[in-house]
Design a protein around this ligand. Sequence first.
Ligand code: NAD
Length: 435
Amino acid sequence: MPRPQPGPFGPAPPARGGAGLGRRPPIGRGLGPGPGPAPGPAPGLRPAGSPGAAAPAELLLSALAVRIVRRLSAPGPPPGPPAAAAMPGLGVCIVGSGNWGSAISKIVGRNVCHSGRFSPAVRLWVFEETVGGRKLSDIINQDHENVKYLPGHKLPPNVVAVPDVVAAVEEADVLVFVLPHQFIAPTCAQMVGHLKPGAFGISLIKGVDEGPGGLKLISDLIREKLSIEVSVLMGANIANEVAEEKFCETTIGCKNPEHGQIYKELFQTPNFRVTVVEDCDTVEICGALKNVVAVGAGFCDGLGFGDNTKAAVIRLGLMEMVAFAKLFCRGPVAVATFLESCGVADLIATCYGGRNRRVAEAFVRSGKTIEELEREMLNGQKLQGPQTAAEVYKVLTQKEMVDKFPLFVTVYQICYEGKSVQRFIECLQQHPEHV
Ligand SMILES: NC(=O)c1ccc[n+]([C@@H]2O[C@H](COP(=O)([O-])OP(=O)(O)OC[C@H]3O[C@@H](n4cnc5c(N)ncnc54)[C@H](O)[C@@H]3O)[C@@H](O)[C@H]2O)c1
């Protein structure tokens, strides 16, 4: 349990309203499953993986998807009446089709069919690449599988891959951003001036960007570039497990209760339980910082330490996350948010299962650089932890608080300054938490 003030490492940083446990009830609590889909298959939809012929709804959606693909790939302006006439309801676009974007498209694709609130076709922006001699967007639209980033999982037929980012977003009311954070700024730049009035978004992106004053949240970057309301979704959500429909929880940070309800309807399933809270910045910063801690956990695995050490890394990492959030976030930081899926649960999952941990372990065992291992081990996927450590280090240097965050700082120094990985254990031994 986090200790009461003052902060985890001696005097608390300038007051940001650090709250005690249970200070603020999550705004999604007490809503029950809400109007989201009831457990079990929706009428007219075949449950995932069940044998037998496609249900009529699925066939209809498939036909609809084919029509949309034809319209979007036709040269010149799309013919016929405005799409809204044919497809009432909120249009949803998923901006990004990597491992997580593809997994979440399985959920969103199904949920839009259960609810009268959304248009039945979901657009999935695909950064086009060739896989086995075919365009990835064609593979997704014809075979309903992202064979590169989520192989082995069928996507719902109403999820339509669109390689042109403007065509993908221009009719969307709800934008789901799910790209590696290094690509978000150039992608938003292409979208400027092409969004529907009143569109709003949610970021599933874990990481931070570099800002003039130090570190910048990805949601802030999107808000600034596109002038839209942006919420966030973070949690212990390893994409492959979500795609396999293994039970998990997630946290949505959203200040607008109406949007919170829409997101709950869009994302919640019996095996993907959503809690909505208000302190978005804390939710988002958790999602970025846990990747730095996971790199540390990977170092310990590579050095041959055991579960006790890993638990200590998780605990000390969590304390640094809380302290950093209080230092950095604009609004109040409710410590209770760290007990949501976006906090402690995501930290545990990432320190045991994530790619940052895996690559960091290989870094110790192989002696190769992080860049080499990213290329060799991740098949085009991106690491977030080392880059986030570098952004965090800049902020701490500017604020002259490097000595208060030894775990974050040592991860940075090992990844970028050639510090010996053995020194990671020393940083744990001398951690200010024990002084
Ligand atoms: N994978 C997970 O388990 C998981 C879970 C939760 C959150 N996240 C977060 O979701 C975000 C997206 O991660 P992911 O795992 O879906 O991605 P990924 O690493 O699996 O895939 C990389 C993606 O980047 C795209 N890409 C490559 N070059 C590009 C460019 N120049 N411009 C635009 N796009 C380009 C690729 O086409 C691909 O879609 C990240 O912030 C990640 O931290 C991932």
